[in-house]
Design a protein around this ligand. Structure first.
Ligand code: FES
Ligand code: FES
Length: 159
């Protein structure tokens, strides 16, 4: 049986009818056409489906949409403002931090979430706190360089 669910995604409110078993990832991709959030493992192992819920990172394949009614959800589509890419998106491009691109939106959202949660103080900390986001192409050095670049561009950079 379907339930009425209200989701706030990228500052837009959506009213949906969804079966309670539908994951947040499937709601984003299948119901709302927000295809930037990727489905790769669909079992919580790779981080490709990372979105922010109230500015905290979450694997959207491992949670039900119905659990997030009223929360502020941010996907990769919500990072750019007024047609301007988010600094993390720009840094990923300039550092060539992706190859096939399957992990990339999850990596970018996760990197933004990591900084919102608490600013990392070293490259080692970045690697540790980004370890839930796997990249089968091995773009890790470029990803870390992109994140360091963003941190250096922020006021009072501590890295
Ligand atoms: S698709 Fe969700 S963690 Fe891999
Ligand atoms: S760029 Fe291919 S999986 Fe990361």
């Amino acid at each position: 049986m379907e339930a009425d669910i209200s989701l706030n995604i990228n500052k837009v409110s959506y009213s949906l009818k969804l079966e309670p078993r539908v994951t947040l990832l499937d709601a984003l991709r299948e119901k709302l056409g927000l295809m930037g959030t990727k489905k790769v493992c669909d079992r919580g192992e790779c981080g490709a489906c990372t979105v922010l819920v109230n500015n905290r990172r979450i694997n959207s394949c491992m949670t039900l949409a119905i659990m997030h009614s009223g929360a502020e959800i941010t996907t990769i589509e919500g990072l750019a403002t007024d047609g301007e890419l988010h600094p993390m998106q720009t840094a990923f491009i300039s550092h060539d931090a992706f190859q096939c691109g399957y992990c990339t939106s999850g990596q970018i959202v996760s990197a933004v979430g990591m900084i919102l949660e608490e600013r990392p103080k070293s490259e080692a900390e970045i690697k540790e706190r980004m370890s839930g986001n796997l990249c089968r192409c091995g773009a890790y050095p470029h990803i870390v360089a992109a994140i360091c670049d963003v941190l250096e561009g922020m006021e009072n950079a501590a890295i």
